[in-house]
Design a binder for this molecule. Structure first.
Ligand code: 2P0
Length: 319
């Protein structure tokens, strides 16, 4: 019996992942770029060899669906594994569009593989974490990460690649939390709905590689306006595939829209601040760290909570 605790941070996509070419393996239809964030964290303890399978999430026994997902993931690591105990906690809202599944499966991949005594090379763990939740493959690394779509049918070339560490660029992501309700439609179902029904889906897929190429160059050049422009373009093309799905899928709430217009008004006044949204109502704003407090003050009247987050580090073992 071995017990290991690992932590990982969520990541927010700068160029988005939305759509799968292989559902069971979480192989993406599009490449993506992300920023791993400090401040929010998942902490997961795995005991490899327990009396029976147990999964506790945020201090209580997890529901059957979440538990089944976690134990199926441990079966990928070892189909003949012993019963395991997994205790995981997020210090931010779970399942509300704040990338909790990304940090969750990155921390779980690292803790469980270490507890089993496996090789914990981050690229190998990234391939593994992707099978738990696609975006988790980007949370093994800190800073700016690319996830290439890959070509192999088994997904061996579909994993994160570190582009630049957290100290590369002094930017912040200001996160306006407008609702902590669990999302009504999960990302996997939303992506499939868009793939199967949105008339915009093929255009979305066709333009993604170009957006990643522009975004990567902007990251290397520390060009905030360039990165912000392509991040907003990717964000609203992705949401357009959701809005034009049948039935339509809209994660936005009235407060989300108020936040977007607030940021665009700041930008009209000369501040370089750029919006993004994921599969939930929260609004995230990329800006220089020196401008984060100004952005946060402007968003506060519309939000339940506002967080100013800097680039974060990689998933790591803590004990
Ligand atoms: C992203 N999202 O790139 C995009 C933008 C949400 C919108 O990755 O089905 O939880 O487990 O692979 O990774 C959320 O999707 O989905 C996500 P699965 P995941 O961050």
């Amino acid at each position: 019996m071995t017990t290991v605790t690992a932590t990982a941070h969520p990541n927010i996509a700068l160029v988005k992942y939305w759509g799968k070419r292989d559902l069971p393996l979480n192989l993406p239809a599009v490449p993506s770029l992300s920023l791993t964030l400090d401040g929010f964290e998942t902490r997961t303890t795995v005991t490899w060899g327990a009396d029976h399978d147990v999964f506790e999430l945020d201090g209580v026994p997890a529901d059957a669906k979440a538990a089944a997902k976690v134990f199926a993931f441990l079966d990928l690591i070892d189909p003949k594994r012993p019963p395991c105990k997994v205790v995981s906690a997020n210090d931010f809202p779970t399942g509300a569009g704040l990338a909790s599944s990304a940090s969750a499966f990155a921390a779980l991949a690292l803790a469980a593989s270490t507890a089993r005594g496996d090789d914990v090379d981050p690229t190998r763990l990234s391939v593994l974490a992707r099978q738990g939740s696609g975006s988790a493959c980007r949370s093994l690394w800190g800073g700016f990460v690319e996830w290439r779509a890959g070509e192999h049918p088994d997904g061996v070339d579909s994993h994160g690649l570190p582009l630049a560490g957290p100290d590369h660029w002094d930017v912040s992501m200001v996160v306006a939390v407008v609702s902590t309700a669990h999302k009504p439609v999960g990302s996997t179902d939303g992506m499939e709905r868009a793939r199967l029904t949105s008339p915009l889906y093929d255009t979305w897929v066709a333009q993604a590689q170009g957006d990643v190429d522009v975004g990567r160059d902007a990251i290397f050049a520390r060009d905030l306006d360039g990165l912000g422009r392509v991040m907003e373009a990717s964000t609203y093309k992705m949401h357009a595939t959701m809005h034009t799905s049948a039935p339509p899928l809209m994660y936005w709430q009235p407060a989300s829209l108020a936040c977007l217009h607030t940021v665009w008004a700041l930008r009209a006044g000369g501040l370089s601040a750029w919006t993004t949204m994921d599969a939930g109502p929260q609004v995230k704003v990329l800006c220089r760290s020196a401008d984060a407090a100004t952005v946060a003050d402007a968003l506060r009247p519309h939000a339940m909570a506002v967080h100013m987050l800097r680039p974060g580090g990689p998933a790591r073992i803590v004990s």
